[in-house]
Design a binder for this molecule. Structure first.
Ligand SMILES: Nc1ncnc2c1ncn2[C@@H]1O[C@H](COP(=O)(O)OP(=O)(O)OP(=O)(O)O)[C@@H](O)[C@H]1O
Ligand SMILES: [Mg+2]
Length: 321
Protein backbone atom coordinates (compact mmCIF):
# COMPACT_ATOMS: atom_id res chain seq x y z
CA UNK A 1 0.00 0.00 0.00
CA UNK A 2 1.30 3.49 -0.71
CA UNK A 3 0.02 7.00 -1.12
CA UNK A 4 -3.49 7.02 0.40
CA UNK A 5 -5.66 9.98 1.33
CA UNK A 6 -6.74 8.20 4.48
CA UNK A 7 -5.65 5.28 6.66
CA UNK A 8 -8.28 4.17 9.16
CA UNK A 9 -7.11 2.11 12.14
CA UNK A 10 -9.56 0.18 14.29
CA UNK A 11 -12.43 -2.26 14.50
CA UNK A 12 -14.28 -4.21 11.81
CA UNK A 13 -17.13 -6.64 12.35
CA UNK A 14 -20.57 -7.61 11.10
CA UNK A 15 -23.51 -5.80 12.70
CA UNK A 16 -26.70 -7.80 13.17
CA UNK A 17 -29.41 -5.13 13.37
CA UNK A 18 -32.74 -6.08 14.93
CA UNK A 19 -35.91 -3.95 15.08
CA UNK A 20 -38.89 -4.43 17.36
CA UNK A 21 -37.36 -6.74 19.98
CA UNK A 22 -39.04 -6.69 23.40
CA UNK A 23 -37.11 -4.83 26.13
CA UNK A 24 -36.22 -8.20 27.71
CA UNK A 25 -36.67 -11.07 25.25
CA UNK A 26 -38.37 -14.02 26.99
CA UNK A 27 -36.15 -17.05 27.73
CA UNK A 28 -37.34 -20.66 27.99
CA UNK A 29 -36.34 -21.24 24.37
CA UNK A 30 -39.31 -19.12 23.31
CA UNK A 31 -39.03 -17.91 19.71
CA UNK A 32 -39.89 -14.19 19.59
CA UNK A 33 -40.78 -12.74 16.22
CA UNK A 34 -39.48 -9.20 15.63
CA UNK A 35 -40.21 -6.53 12.99
CA UNK A 36 -36.97 -6.76 11.06
CA UNK A 37 -33.36 -7.82 10.92
CA UNK A 38 -30.38 -6.99 8.68
CA UNK A 39 -26.75 -8.00 8.37
CA UNK A 40 -24.52 -4.97 7.75
CA UNK A 41 -20.90 -3.87 7.89
CA UNK A 42 -20.09 -2.73 11.43
CA UNK A 43 -17.25 -1.46 13.53
CA UNK A 44 -16.69 2.28 13.73
CA UNK A 45 -13.42 2.11 11.77
CA UNK A 46 -14.85 -0.11 9.03
CA UNK A 47 -18.00 2.02 8.62
CA UNK A 48 -15.89 5.16 8.54
CA UNK A 49 -13.46 3.72 5.95
CA UNK A 50 -16.42 2.60 3.82
CA UNK A 51 -17.95 6.08 3.99
CA UNK A 52 -14.68 7.74 3.03
CA UNK A 53 -14.29 5.43 0.03
CA UNK A 54 -17.89 6.14 -1.10
CA UNK A 55 -17.01 9.87 -0.92
CA UNK A 56 -14.09 9.21 -3.25
CA UNK A 57 -11.09 9.24 -0.89
CA UNK A 58 -8.43 6.63 -1.55
CA UNK A 59 -8.79 4.78 1.72
CA UNK A 60 -7.00 1.92 3.48
CA UNK A 61 -8.14 0.09 6.59
CA UNK A 62 -5.85 -1.50 9.18
CA UNK A 63 -7.94 -3.89 11.27
CA UNK A 64 -7.99 -7.46 12.57
CA UNK A 65 -10.60 -10.10 11.75
CA UNK A 66 -10.67 -13.86 12.26
CA UNK A 67 -10.42 -16.67 9.73
CA UNK A 68 -14.17 -17.11 9.62
CA UNK A 69 -17.26 -16.27 7.57
CA UNK A 70 -17.75 -13.04 9.55
CA UNK A 71 -14.23 -11.96 8.57
CA UNK A 72 -14.90 -12.83 4.91
CA UNK A 73 -18.10 -10.75 4.98
CA UNK A 74 -16.28 -7.74 6.43
CA UNK A 75 -13.36 -7.84 4.00
CA UNK A 76 -15.56 -8.57 0.94
CA UNK A 77 -17.89 -5.66 1.78
CA UNK A 78 -14.98 -3.24 2.22
CA UNK A 79 -13.30 -4.41 -0.99
CA UNK A 80 -16.52 -3.97 -2.94
CA UNK A 81 -16.62 -0.32 -1.80
CA UNK A 82 -13.03 0.24 -2.92
CA UNK A 83 -11.34 0.19 0.50
CA UNK A 84 -7.78 -1.19 0.40
CA UNK A 85 -7.68 -4.10 2.87
CA UNK A 86 -4.09 -5.20 2.33
CA UNK A 87 -3.33 -3.78 5.81
CA UNK A 88 -5.97 -5.99 7.47
CA UNK A 89 -4.72 -9.06 9.34
CA UNK A 90 -6.53 -12.30 10.19
CA UNK A 91 -6.10 -13.87 13.61
CA UNK A 92 -5.39 -17.59 13.35
CA UNK A 93 -7.69 -18.76 16.15
CA UNK A 94 -9.81 -15.96 17.63
CA UNK A 95 -13.11 -15.12 15.88
CA UNK A 96 -14.07 -11.85 14.19
CA UNK A 97 -15.86 -9.47 16.55
CA UNK A 98 -19.66 -9.45 16.29
CA UNK A 99 -22.23 -6.83 17.27
CA UNK A 100 -25.98 -7.16 17.75
CA UNK A 101 -27.91 -3.87 17.79
CA UNK A 102 -31.42 -3.92 19.29
CA UNK A 103 -32.95 -0.80 17.73
CA UNK A 104 -35.83 0.94 19.49
CA UNK A 105 -38.55 2.98 17.77
CA UNK A 106 -37.28 6.19 19.45
CA UNK A 107 -33.92 5.86 17.66
CA UNK A 108 -32.05 4.67 20.76
CA UNK A 109 -30.50 1.21 20.76
CA UNK A 110 -28.85 -1.43 22.94
CA UNK A 111 -25.53 -2.64 21.53
CA UNK A 112 -24.13 -6.10 22.37
CA UNK A 113 -20.54 -6.67 21.19
CA UNK A 114 -18.48 -9.85 21.37
CA UNK A 115 -14.93 -8.44 20.99
CA UNK A 116 -13.49 -11.63 19.45
CA UNK A 117 -10.00 -10.84 18.15
CA UNK A 118 -10.18 -7.04 18.77
CA UNK A 119 -8.13 -7.23 22.02
CA UNK A 120 -5.31 -8.94 20.06
CA UNK A 121 -5.00 -6.05 17.57
CA UNK A 122 -1.89 -4.04 18.39
CA UNK A 123 0.36 -1.23 17.15
CA UNK A 124 2.61 -3.75 15.39
CA UNK A 125 -0.28 -4.53 13.00
CA UNK A 126 -0.53 -0.96 11.69
CA UNK A 127 1.27 -0.81 8.34
CA UNK A 128 3.74 1.99 7.62
CA UNK A 129 1.98 3.37 4.53
CA UNK A 130 2.16 6.81 3.03
CA UNK A 131 -1.06 8.65 3.79
CA UNK A 132 -2.31 12.23 4.13
CA UNK A 133 -4.35 11.44 7.24
CA UNK A 134 -4.70 8.70 9.88
CA UNK A 135 -7.96 8.19 11.79
CA UNK A 136 -8.24 5.85 14.79
CA UNK A 137 -11.61 4.51 16.00
CA UNK A 138 -13.11 2.51 18.89
CA UNK A 139 -10.23 3.25 21.21
CA UNK A 140 -11.61 1.43 24.25
CA UNK A 141 -12.35 -1.86 22.46
CA UNK A 142 -8.68 -2.39 21.53
CA UNK A 143 -6.51 -2.04 24.66
CA UNK A 144 -3.26 -3.23 23.02
CA UNK A 145 -3.62 -0.77 20.16
CA UNK A 146 -4.72 1.94 22.63
CA UNK A 147 -1.53 1.72 24.69
CA UNK A 148 0.63 2.24 21.59
CA UNK A 149 -1.60 4.72 19.76
CA UNK A 150 0.24 7.93 20.81
CA UNK A 151 3.44 6.49 19.32
CA UNK A 152 1.67 5.22 16.17
CA UNK A 153 -0.01 8.58 15.49
CA UNK A 154 3.20 10.43 16.33
CA UNK A 155 5.09 8.38 13.76
CA UNK A 156 2.57 9.19 11.01
CA UNK A 157 2.65 12.84 12.01
CA UNK A 158 6.42 13.00 11.69
CA UNK A 159 5.94 11.63 8.17
CA UNK A 160 3.63 14.59 7.42
CA UNK A 161 0.15 13.14 8.03
CA UNK A 162 -2.62 14.75 10.08
CA UNK A 163 -4.43 12.62 12.68
CA UNK A 164 -7.81 12.14 14.34
CA UNK A 165 -9.46 10.00 17.00
CA UNK A 166 -13.06 8.89 17.56
CA UNK A 167 -12.97 7.01 20.86
CA UNK A 168 -16.61 5.91 20.72
CA UNK A 169 -18.07 4.46 23.92
CA UNK A 170 -16.06 3.01 26.81
CA UNK A 171 -17.89 -0.14 27.95
CA UNK A 172 -15.74 -0.21 31.13
CA UNK A 173 -16.65 3.41 31.93
CA UNK A 174 -13.10 4.53 32.81
CA UNK A 175 -12.64 6.89 29.83
CA UNK A 176 -8.90 7.12 30.47
CA UNK A 177 -6.72 7.98 27.47
CA UNK A 178 -3.04 7.02 27.14
CA UNK A 179 -0.68 9.86 28.14
CA UNK A 180 0.18 12.00 25.14
CA UNK A 181 -2.68 10.70 23.00
CA UNK A 182 -4.59 13.97 22.54
CA UNK A 183 -1.31 15.78 21.90
CA UNK A 184 -0.79 13.39 18.96
CA UNK A 185 -4.24 14.21 17.46
CA UNK A 186 -5.19 17.10 15.20
CA UNK A 187 -8.90 16.37 15.76
CA UNK A 188 -10.83 14.47 18.42
CA UNK A 189 -14.37 13.54 17.34
CA UNK A 190 -16.57 12.30 20.22
CA UNK A 191 -20.31 12.65 20.67
CA UNK A 192 -21.59 14.82 23.51
CA UNK A 193 -21.79 12.10 26.18
CA UNK A 194 -18.33 10.86 25.23
CA UNK A 195 -16.89 14.39 25.32
CA UNK A 196 -18.20 14.96 28.85
CA UNK A 197 -16.94 11.56 30.04
CA UNK A 198 -13.47 11.99 28.48
CA UNK A 199 -13.10 15.50 29.93
CA UNK A 200 -14.17 14.23 33.35
CA UNK A 201 -11.53 11.49 33.26
CA UNK A 202 -8.87 13.99 32.14
CA UNK A 203 -9.61 16.40 35.01
CA UNK A 204 -10.33 13.70 37.60
CA UNK A 205 -13.83 15.03 38.40
CA UNK A 206 -17.14 15.54 36.58
CA UNK A 207 -16.90 18.69 34.44
CA UNK A 208 -19.13 21.29 36.08
CA UNK A 209 -19.28 23.69 33.12
CA UNK A 210 -21.01 21.26 30.73
CA UNK A 211 -20.03 21.01 27.09
CA UNK A 212 -18.18 24.39 26.84
CA UNK A 213 -15.91 23.28 29.70
CA UNK A 214 -15.43 19.83 28.16
CA UNK A 215 -14.38 21.43 24.86
CA UNK A 216 -11.69 23.44 26.67
CA UNK A 217 -10.39 20.37 28.51
CA UNK A 218 -10.22 18.32 25.30
CA UNK A 219 -8.44 21.18 23.49
CA UNK A 220 -5.78 21.68 26.18
CA UNK A 221 -3.07 19.68 24.38
CA UNK A 222 -3.70 21.22 20.96
CA UNK A 223 -6.26 18.84 19.44
CA UNK A 224 -9.37 20.46 17.93
CA UNK A 225 -12.45 18.90 19.58
CA UNK A 226 -15.45 18.37 17.29
CA UNK A 227 -18.47 17.12 19.22
CA UNK A 228 -21.37 15.36 17.48
CA UNK A 229 -24.87 16.15 18.76
CA UNK A 230 -27.32 14.11 16.70
CA UNK A 231 -30.07 16.27 15.15
CA UNK A 232 -28.44 19.38 16.68
CA UNK A 233 -25.40 18.98 14.42
CA UNK A 234 -21.95 19.52 15.91
CA UNK A 235 -19.96 22.02 17.96
CA UNK A 236 -16.22 22.55 17.94
CA UNK A 237 -13.52 24.65 19.55
CA UNK A 238 -11.24 25.93 16.79
CA UNK A 239 -8.56 28.61 17.29
CA UNK A 240 -10.08 29.44 20.69
CA UNK A 241 -13.58 30.06 19.26
CA UNK A 242 -16.60 27.79 19.82
CA UNK A 243 -18.51 27.19 16.58
CA UNK A 244 -21.74 25.37 15.84
CA UNK A 245 -22.58 23.57 12.60
CA UNK A 246 -26.17 22.73 11.85
CA UNK A 247 -27.79 21.31 8.76
CA UNK A 248 -31.40 20.51 7.97
CA UNK A 249 -32.77 18.19 10.65
CA UNK A 250 -33.81 14.84 9.18
CA UNK A 251 -36.08 12.12 10.50
CA UNK A 252 -33.73 9.15 10.68
CA UNK A 253 -34.57 5.71 9.35
CA UNK A 254 -31.63 4.29 11.35
CA UNK A 255 -28.91 6.24 13.16
CA UNK A 256 -26.37 3.37 13.34
CA UNK A 257 -23.04 4.73 12.08
CA UNK A 258 -24.13 8.38 11.81
CA UNK A 259 -21.12 9.38 13.87
CA UNK A 260 -18.78 7.40 11.62
CA UNK A 261 -20.42 8.94 8.54
CA UNK A 262 -19.84 12.36 10.10
CA UNK A 263 -16.14 11.50 10.64
CA UNK A 264 -15.77 10.42 7.00
CA UNK A 265 -17.46 13.59 5.72
CA UNK A 266 -15.50 15.83 8.08
CA UNK A 267 -12.16 14.43 6.89
CA UNK A 268 -13.21 14.41 3.23
CA UNK A 269 -14.15 18.10 3.55
CA UNK A 270 -10.94 18.88 5.37
CA UNK A 271 -8.69 17.03 2.94
CA UNK A 272 -10.44 18.54 -0.10
CA UNK A 273 -10.47 22.17 1.05
CA UNK A 274 -8.15 22.54 4.06
CA UNK A 275 -10.96 24.65 5.52
CA UNK A 276 -12.41 23.91 8.96
CA UNK A 277 -15.93 25.28 8.36
CA UNK A 278 -16.12 23.28 5.13
CA UNK A 279 -15.05 20.16 7.03
CA UNK A 280 -17.82 20.71 9.60
CA UNK A 281 -20.40 21.22 6.86
CA UNK A 282 -19.39 17.99 5.10
CA UNK A 283 -19.43 16.14 8.44
CA UNK A 284 -22.97 17.26 9.22
CA UNK A 285 -24.16 16.50 5.68
CA UNK A 286 -22.70 12.98 5.66
CA UNK A 287 -23.89 12.22 9.22
CA UNK A 288 -27.43 13.27 8.34
CA UNK A 289 -27.49 11.43 5.00
CA UNK A 290 -26.18 8.24 6.60
CA UNK A 291 -29.39 8.03 8.66
CA UNK A 292 -31.61 7.71 5.56
CA UNK A 293 -31.14 3.92 5.28
CA UNK A 294 -30.60 0.98 7.61
CA UNK A 295 -27.14 -0.05 8.75
CA UNK A 296 -24.00 2.04 9.08
CA UNK A 297 -23.19 2.05 5.36
CA UNK A 298 -26.59 1.80 3.58
CA UNK A 299 -27.18 5.56 3.46
CA UNK A 300 -23.61 6.80 3.03
CA UNK A 301 -23.54 9.49 0.33
CA UNK A 302 -21.31 10.04 -2.65
CA UNK A 303 -19.61 13.43 -2.89
CA UNK A 304 -22.22 14.52 -5.46
CA UNK A 305 -25.02 13.64 -3.00
CA UNK A 306 -23.30 15.27 -0.01
CA UNK A 307 -22.30 18.57 -1.70
CA UNK A 308 -25.77 20.20 -1.91
CA UNK A 309 -26.56 19.17 1.68
CA UNK A 310 -23.20 20.50 2.93
CA UNK A 311 -24.03 23.82 1.21
CA UNK A 312 -27.12 24.12 3.48
CA UNK A 313 -25.17 23.67 6.73
CA UNK A 314 -24.86 26.87 8.79
CA UNK A 315 -21.56 27.31 10.63
CA UNK A 316 -21.91 30.08 13.24
CA UNK A 317 -20.37 31.15 16.57
CA UNK A 318 -21.75 28.89 19.30
CA UNK A 319 -23.49 30.32 22.34
CA UNK A 320 -24.16 27.35 24.61
CA UNK A 321 -27.81 27.08 25.64
N1 LIG B 1 -31.69 13.55 12.98
C1 LIG B 1 -30.62 14.14 12.43
N2 LIG B 1 -30.77 15.23 11.64
C2 LIG B 1 -29.69 15.84 11.09
N3 LIG B 1 -28.44 15.44 11.28
C3 LIG B 1 -28.21 14.36 12.04
C4 LIG B 1 -29.29 13.65 12.66
N4 LIG B 1 -28.75 12.60 13.37
C5 LIG B 1 -27.40 12.68 13.19
N5 LIG B 1 -27.07 13.72 12.40
C6 LIG B 1 -25.72 14.15 12.00
O1 LIG B 1 -24.84 13.06 12.19
C7 LIG B 1 -23.85 13.41 13.16
C8 LIG B 1 -23.47 12.20 13.97
O2 LIG B 1 -24.59 11.69 14.68
P1 LIG B 1 -24.52 11.38 16.23
O3 LIG B 1 -24.42 12.65 17.00
O4 LIG B 1 -25.64 10.46 16.51
O5 LIG B 1 -23.10 10.62 16.37
P2 LIG B 1 -22.61 9.44 17.33
O6 LIG B 1 -23.33 9.55 18.64
O7 LIG B 1 -21.14 9.46 17.32
O8 LIG B 1 -23.15 8.18 16.54
P3 LIG B 1 -22.59 6.67 16.45
O9 LIG B 1 -23.61 5.90 17.22
O10 LIG B 1 -22.59 6.39 15.02
O11 LIG B 1 -21.22 6.64 17.10
C9 LIG B 1 -24.41 14.57 13.95
O12 LIG B 1 -23.37 15.36 14.49
C10 LIG B 1 -25.24 15.29 12.88
O13 LIG B 1 -24.39 16.14 12.13
MG1 LIG C 1 -19.70 7.73 17.70
Amino acid sequence: MSGFDLLVVGDANPDVLVWGAPETPPAGQAETLVDGGTLALGGSAAIMAHGAAVLGLSTALAAMVGRDAAGDFVLDTLTAAGVDISGCVRHESLPTALTVCLNRPDGDRAILTAPGCLPAFGPEHVPAVRTRHVHAASYFLQPRLAAGLPEVLGRFRRAGASTSLDTNDDPAGTWRLAPGLLAACDFVLPNEAEALALAGALTGEPVSGGLPAALSVLAADGAVPVVKRGGEGAVALFDGAAVSARGPRVTPVDTVGAGDGFDAGFLAGRLASGDFAEALAWGCACGALSTRATGGTGGQPTAAEARPVAAQVQVTPWMSE
